[in-house]
Ligand binder design. Structure first.
Ligand SMILES: N[C@@H](CCC(=O)N[C@@H](CS)C(=O)NCC(=O)O)C(=O)O
Length: 319
């Protein structure tokens, strides 16, 4: 298909920062929900998830899918971690251990799916994506919403012990929303603001609040297993995916090096280790080979040699 030139949307090497050198993340555009009595009904096998193991936003959805026991309901395709000029390639275009081809659309790159869903799409070709096989479109490409869909949409069809798992319980919602808000701005997106900054000032404006928030999280997690209340919530999932990438990637590649998690934040570190080692949902969806290769390979404007550092050894310390 000889389509229009979408290189400026797919090639992260030419991605422009703002005039002051700061990185501003664009809002996601496909924002539908899966729900009874809607266009997208919760049918087993109807939806497919496209993700990268490298991407923290996408990994939120993988963790939640597993936690809720949705593996038989929603299939998964894993992209190659080497995001090039055409964006994310599928596993047959770039054979990387763990990456898979697209069994639904035969897409070669994630951009093919976006352009199939909307030929005029003018945003970035990001993962995660929830794809609807019935109407051949993207239902949702915003991870914070996808995990809420997974939390409830299929409950009627799940065994009781999975249906009752609730990562956004009513009585904790206000606290979760409040924490999500500053954690998103200064931590989840904060590492990207520091790493993608193209001026000293923009970098410092991101890295200082990032470590202030880590200090605040350290205080919150002293003597606690979970971030909010005494139950696992989406706030833990959303924070975990950033913290587990911190020492292996963000300290070096994104210059977030005021402290490491393992040496500077004992409570935060223990919280992360417990989630990783005690829950297969966290451990089995964490692939350090994809994570490290992705960042160090895919951003040649930051790391032109594409050398992937060997450490830290181990990537995550045992409990
Ligand atoms: N708001 C989105 C952000 C997703 C996102 O930015 N994903 C990155 C990977 S970590 C991506 O696919 N980037 C490709 C690009 O910008 O070209 C979400 O949370 O789902």
């Amino acid at each position: 298909m000889a389509g229009r030139d979408v290189t400026s949307q797919s090639n992260i090497h030419v991605m422009k920062t703002e005039a002051d050198g700061s990185f501003k993340r664009k809002a996601s555009t496909f924002r539908d929900f899966i729900a009874k009595d809607s266009q997208f009904t919760p049918d087993k096998g109807r939806y497919h998830l496209y993700v990268s193991y490298a991407c923290p936003w996408a990994t939120r959805t993988l963790i939640t899918r597993k936690l809720k026991g949705l593996e038989d309901f929603i299939g998964v395709t894993i992209v190659s971690p080497r995001m090039g000029t055409d964006g994310w390639p599928l596993g047959d275009v770039d054979e990387f251990p763990g990456a898979t081809p697209d069994p639904i659309n035969g897409a070669k790159h994630i951009k093919d799916l976006y352009l199939r869903a909307n030929p005029d799409y003018d945003g970035r070709f990001t993962v995660p994506i929830v794809w609807d096989k019935k109407t051949s479109t993207i239902v949702n490409n915003e991870s914070s919403e996808i995990i809420r869909i997974f939390n409830t949409a299929f409950n009627d069809q799940l065994p009781a012990e999975k249906a009752k798992i609730d990562i956004y319980p009513e009585h904790l919602r206000a606290q979760i929303d409040e924490v999500n808000d500053w954690v998103y701005n200064s931590v989840n997106n904060g590492v990207y603001k520091a790493g993608f900054a193209s001026s000293q000032q923009a970098y410092e404006a991101a890295v200082v609040p990032l470590f202030k928030s880590l200090d605040r999280l350290e205080e919150m997690l002293k003597g606690k297993t979970y971030l909010i209340g005494d139950t696992l919530t989406e706030a833990d999932i959303r924070l975990f995916v950033t913290i587990v990438r911190f020492d292996p990637v963000y300290v070096g590649h994104f210059k977030c090096n005021l402290r490491t998690i393992r040496d500077g934040y004992p409570a935060l570190h223990l919280w992360m280790q417990k989630l990783y080692w005690n829950f297969p949902e966290f451990k089995d969806t964490c692939n350090f080979d994809h994570i490290k290769t992705h960042y160090y390979w895919s951003h040649p404007h930051i790391n032109p040699t594409r050398i992937v550092p060997t450490g830290p050894i181990p990537h995550i310390l045992p409990l």
